[in-house]
Design a binder for this molecule. Structure first.
Ligand code: SAM
Length: 280
């Protein structure tokens, strides 16, 4: 089933959290000259037109990236992320939103490489076209979970693996844990970053329990909620689970999350969280 289209949601509060974490990890990996691999298992279309019918129908970006991208008081931890957004919108009007592959493309260096997979028949060609002239990138229409076996470990022995499925099928909550177990078996020192939505809190608790049961250590949880948990329909929060986070990441997110929460939930509902699920 491939009914999910990220174009309805691009630039929403969940993307802001995900792409902030992604860009901070990339910056940390770049503190060393050695190259690294950026592997994006569920890459999406790459670029999203914000005045498209899809984005305008939900208007989610108006309560996400639109609130922060030109904010004069944006904390420095957002610089890299917001520079990728600005690079796509040189006119100063917010027309396009960069998905995770375009954020990586903007931040990665000559020596780094990208492996991107996307299954959707419409989004895959859009993604491939974005990278036609980029020698650092390989784009494939294949199952992202398989890449965790096929592409790891990378030759460089350094890397960020972003796992960002749509969770449109319930089995995704188990598939991400199985995929991480496989990936970690092959590349125990890699940085794995898994995005999750909070729709039903119980699903996330179960997923975290399953992750703990793998025996993998150094698991950090980062969460941004714009509403309290609810048993009604809809996403109230989202989070990132980061395995082997760069040493600064927890402190950086603790510094930036209160500001992000203030902008993205102006009435103050919801919460933020930075917590070790499994320490060293
Ligand atoms: C949440 S979106 C990705 C957004 C993107 N990572 C970003 O941050 O800009 C999830 C994507 O995964 C794709 N997808 C679903 N199942 C997949 C699979 N098994 N392998 C690869 N891609 C898949 C969907 O078509 C969708 O475009």
């Amino acid at each position: 089933m491939l009914s999910y289209r990220h174009s309805f949601h691009a630039g929403n509060h969940a993307d802001v959290l995900k792409h902030t974490v992604q860009s901070l990890i990339i910056q940390s990996l770049q503190e060393k000259e050695k190259p690294f691999l950026y592997l994006d298992t569920h890459a999406g279309a790459g670029r999203y037109l914000l005045n498209s019918e899809h984005a305008e129908r939900t208007g989610e970006y108006t309560e996400g990236i639109a609130r922060i991208w030109q904010h004069p008081d944006a904390p420095e931890q957002l610089n890299a992320y917001l520079s990728a957004v600005a690079a796509l919108n040189p006119s100063g009007n917010l027309k396009y939103y960069p998905g995770s592959p375009l954020i990586a493309r903007h931040l990665l260096r000559e020596q780094d490489s990208l492996e991107l997979t996307e299954l959707h028949p419409t989004d895959y060609p859009l993604l491939r076209n974005e990278f036609l002239k980029d020698d650092r990138a390989r784009v494939a229409r294949s199952d992202g979970y398989q890449q965790l076996k096929a592409k790891l470990p990378p030759q460089s022995r350094r890397g960020l693996i972003l796992i960002d499925p749509p969770y449109e099928i319930k089995t995704d909550y188990q598939a991400v844990v199985d995929g991480i177990r496989e990936g970690h078996k092959r590349f125990a020192t890699g940085v794995f970053a898994l995005w999750y939505p909070v729709v039903l809190r119980q699903q996330i608790k179960r997923m975290l329990n399953d992750l703990q049961a793998t025996g993998i250590r150094r698991i950090l949880q980062i969460e941004l909620a714009v509403r309290p948990d609810s048993d009604q329909r809809g996403m109230t929060a989202s989070g990132m689970i980061v395995i082997n986070p760069p040493w600064k990441l927890a402190a950086e997110m603790e510094a930036v999350l209160p500001w992000l929460h203030q902008q993205l939930s102006p009435t103050g509902t919801g919460h933020t969280l930075v917590k070790w699920v499994v320490p060293e």
